[in-house]
Design a protein around this ligand. Structure first.
Ligand SMILES: NC(=O)c1ccc[n+]([C@@H]2O[C@H](COP(=O)([O-])OP(=O)(O)OC[C@H]3O[C@@H](n4cnc5c(N)ncnc54)[C@H](O)[C@@H]3O)[C@@H](O)[C@H]2O)c1
Ligand SMILES: C[N+](C)(C)CC=O
Length: 508
C-alpha cells in the first residue's frame, strides 16, 4: 500500500521518516527544535506507516511561545497595525491557501485519513472564513453612546491579548482557521497547539501566515501532547484567552484550569446530534442525506447526524435502505479515487469505537450493517471500520447518548411531533440537529423547539462563515464564526470623557 501513497511536501518543519531531529515548533518567527530534543512519529492512518517526524514540545517550549506572543502583543509592530492592515493580511492568507489548495488537500488527507476531496472542501471553507473576517476587520470601530450633556461616551473594541488555541485531529486546518482569522482581525497574538496526532496542515497554515506578512511573535505554534504542551495555555497567567475545540472531558479540564487566572474561554465540544425524519419526505433523498450526515469523514465529525429519529410509518423502509447503502460505501485510502470513507484516525480511536459498538450490542441494539472491520486484504494495516447501523435503539442506551465519533448511527422511532422533539432534546449535548419534512410550518416549529446551536431543515451539515457555530448545553461555551466569532477575540471598552469637570463637593 505504501508504494502508491502520495507524499508530503519537502519543508523544513516536516522531517523524513527515520529522522532523529526535527524543527517543527514555530516560536518568535523561527522554526525550532523542541528544547528537550524529542520528536514524534506521525502515522498514516491508512496503513500505520510513518508519514513524517515532527518535534515533540513540552512545557518549556509552550512557555517560550507564550513569552514571544506576550512581547509581540505588548510592544511589537503588530500593535500599530490598523484593522484595515490586518484585513489585507487575511486576504493574502486566503489567496495563499487557494494557491496551495491541491497540496494542502493532500496533506490533510494523508494526515487525517479523510479523502482528498474532503481536504479540498476544507481548504475552500477555510479560505472563505479568512475572506469573511478580512471584510469584517475594519467594519466596526466602536460606537458613540447616548450620554448626558457635557459628557462624551464611546465604546471601542480592543484585542483580548495573547490567545491560546487548542485544536482536535478531525479538522485540523478548519478548526484552527475559525479561531485564527477572527483573532488576527481583532489584533491579538497567539500560541497554537494542534492535536499531537495531526499537526501537518497547522504547520502549513502557520507558514502561510508568515508569507502573508504577519510579524514575528504574533503567530506561534507548539506541538506535543495535551498535558505537556497544551495545559500551560490554560494555566499560564500571560495567556488572556483560551479557545479550545475537542472533547468534553478535556474541555472540562481546560475550563477548570483557566478559572485560576479567570481567562476568557471558548469551548467547542462534542455532540450527539439528532436527525429527525418525518414520513412526508422523499425517502431516497432523506436516506441519501442521512448517510452523509452519519458517515462523512467516517463519522469523525462533531456535528455528525449519529442519532436518527425516524417516524414509525417509514421506519422499516428507511432502515432497510439505509443499511443497504451503508454496506455499499467504498472504504479505502483517502487518496484513492472513488473512496468515500477513509480510515479512523488512530488505532486507539478505532479501539474506542469498537468498544462503543460492543456496548451497544450488549444493551440490546441490533446491528444491521457493518459492526466490524473490513475484510479486504489491502485494508488490514490501517485503522478502518465499516459504516455501522444500529436499530431497535432506545433513548436510555449509551450507544444513543454517548458520542462515538466514528461511523456509527443509531435509529430510534417516533410517532408524534412532540415525541420527536422530546427525543431530539434528550441529550446532554446541544451542538446540532436536522429535521426532514415537506411541511414548512412543522419544520420551523421543530427547529424552534430543538435546543441545539445549529438546526438544518431538509439538509444536513453546511456551515457558513457568517453564521455563528457553537453548542447549547455540554457542547460548549461561546461561538465561532459570524459576528460573535469576532467578539470572542475583542474586549469592549467604554471611554467616558467629562467635557468640563467641576468640583462635585460630594465630600464637602
Ligand atoms: N464543536 C465543534 O465545533 C467541534 C469540532 C471538532 C471536534 N470537536 C470535538 O472534538 C473531539 C475529538 O477531538 P480530540 O479527540 O482531538 O479531542 P481531545 O479533547 O482529546 O483533544 C483536543 C486537543 O486538546 C489537547 N489536550 C488534551 N488534553 C489537554 C489538556 N489537559 N490541556 C490542554 N490541551 C489538552 C489535545 O492534545 C488536542 O490538541 C470530539 O468530541 C468532537 O466532537 C468539536
Ligand atoms: C465544525 N465542523 C462541523 C466543521 C467539524 C466538526 O467536527
Amino acid at each position: 500500500m505504501n508504494q502508491t501513497r502520495a507524499s508530503l511536501p519537502s519543508v523544513p518543519y516536516l522531517s523524513e521518516p527515520g529522522a532523529a531531529t526535527a524543527t517543527s515548533l514555530y516560536i518568535d518567527g523561527e522554526w525550532r527544535a523542541a528544547q528537550n530534543g524529542r520528536v514524534r512519529e506521525i502515522l498514516d492512518p491508512a496503513d500505520a506507516s510513518v508519514l513524517t517526524i515532527v518535534s515533540e514540545g513540552g512545557k518549556a517550549d509552550t512557555e517560550a511561545a507564550i513569552a514571544a506572543a506576550r512581547r509581540a502583543f505588548d510592544g511589537g509592530e503588530w500593535r500599530s497595525t490598523t484593522a484595515g492592515d490586518r484585513g489585507r493580511i487575511l486576504e493574502r492568507i486566503a489567496d495563499l491557501l487557494q494557491r496551495d489548495r491541491e497540496e494542502i488537500a493532500v496533506m490533510e488527507s494523508l494526515d487525517t485519513g479523510k479523502t482528498i476531496e474532503e481536504g479540498g472542501i476544507d481548504v475552500d471553507d477555510v479560505t472563505n472564513v479568512f475572506r469573511y473576517y478580512a471584510g469584517l476587520a475594519d467594519k466596526d470601530a466602536g460606537r458613540l453612546v447616548s450620554a448626558p450633556e457635557g459628557v462624551h461616551s464611546k465604546v471601542v473594541y480592543e484585542p483580548v491579548g495573547v490567545c491560546g488555541m487548542i485544536t482536535p485531529w478531525n479538522y485540523p486546518l478548519l478548526q484552527l482557521a475559525w479561531k485564527m482569522a477572527p483573532a488576527i482581525a481583532a489584533g491579538n497574538t497567539m500560541v497554537i497547539k494542534p492535536s499531537e496526532v495531526t499537526p501537518v496542515t497547522t504547520a502549513k497554515l502557520v507558514e502561510l501566515t508568515t508569507e502573508a506578512g504577519i510579524p514575528a511573535g504574533v503567530v506561534n505554534m507548539v506541538l506535543g501532547s495535551g498535558p505537556d504542551a497544551g495545559a500551560p495555555l490554560s494555566e499560564h497567567p500571560d495567556v488572556d484567552l483560551v479557545s479550545f475545540t475537542g472533547g468534553l472531558v478535556t474541555g472540562r479540564r481546560i475550563m477548570a484550569a483557566a478559572a485560576e487566572t479567570v481567562k476568557k474561554i471558548a469551548l467547542e465540544l462534542g455532540g450527539k446530534n439528532p436527525n429527525i425524519i418525518f414520513p412526508d419526505v422523499d425517502l431516497d433523498t432523506a436516506v441519501d442525506y442521512a448517510l452523509s450526515a452519519a458517515f462523512f469523514h467516517s463519522g469523525q465529525v462533531c456535528s455528525a447526524g449519529a442519532r436518527l429519529i425516524v417516524h414509525n410509518d417509514i421506519y422499516d423502509a428507511f432502515t432497510t435502505e439505509l443499511a443497504r447503502r451503508a454496506e455499499a460505501i467504498r472504504i479505502g485510502r483517502g487518496q484513492d479515487e472513488g473512496v468515500r470513507c477513509g480510515p479512523l484516525v488512530s488505532a486507539e480511536h478505532r479501539a474506542k469505537v469498537e468498544k462503543a459498538v460492543a456496548r451497544g450490542v450488549e444493551e440490546g441494539a441490533k446491528v444491521i450493517a457493518g459492526g466490524k472491520r473490513p475484510d479486504d486484504a489491502d485494508l488490514q494495516d490501517g485503522y478502518f471500520y465499516r459504516p455501522t447501523v444500529f436499530v431497535d435503539c432506545d433513548r436510555s442506551m449509551d450507544i444513543v447518548q454517548t458520542e462515538v465519533f466514528g461511523p456509527v448511527v443509531t435509529v430510534e422511532r417516533f410517532e408524534t411531533e412532540e415525541q420527536a422533539i422530546e427525543l431530539g432534546n434528550d441529550t446532554d449535548y446541544g451542538l446540532s440537529g436536522g429535521v426532514w419534512t415537506n411541511d414548512t410550518a412543522r419544520g420551523e416549529r421543530v427547529a424552534a423547539a430543538l435546543r441545539h446551536g445549529t438546526v438544518w431543515i431538509n439538509d444536513y451539515g453546511p456551515y457558513f462563515p457568517g453564521a455563528e457555530w457553537g453548542g447549547f448545553g455540554r457542547s460548549g461555551v461561546g461561538r465561532e464564526l459570524g459576528l460573535a466569532g469576532l467578539d470572542e477575540y475583542r474586549e469592549a471598552k467604554h471611554v467616558y470623557r467629562n467635557l468640563s469637570p467641576e468640583p462635585q463637593r460630594w465630600f464637602g
